[in-house]
Design a protein around this ligand. Sequence first.
Ligand code: SF4
Length: 98
Amino acid sequence: MEKKSCETGQTFPYKKKINEPVNKTKSQQEEEIMAEPFYIDYDECIACGTCAEICPDCFKFDDSMAHAEVTGFDCPKDLVQEAMDNCPVTCIYWGEEP
Ligand code: SF4
């Protein structure tokens, strides 16, 4: 016997998955996952190097530097977000540098 959803009457299991990918061109998919502009607030940066360890393609840091630097935006958005989430002083922000 089939179970039915109370609200929609749709039978289980649903034939269409909720997050089923929609047909998109490769460039549209790349556009979605690549990072948007972001910046580091140099006054807040404590020069720990975590961001560069997580995402070396977009962040640069070595011991001679007083703060990390953004070297580009050509990296996955998830990786930049991970760097932001792991920055101990949360000084990496999405957007254009003010
Ligand atoms: S993780 Fe944050 S504090 Fe550490 S170097 Fe990068 S921007 Fe600076």
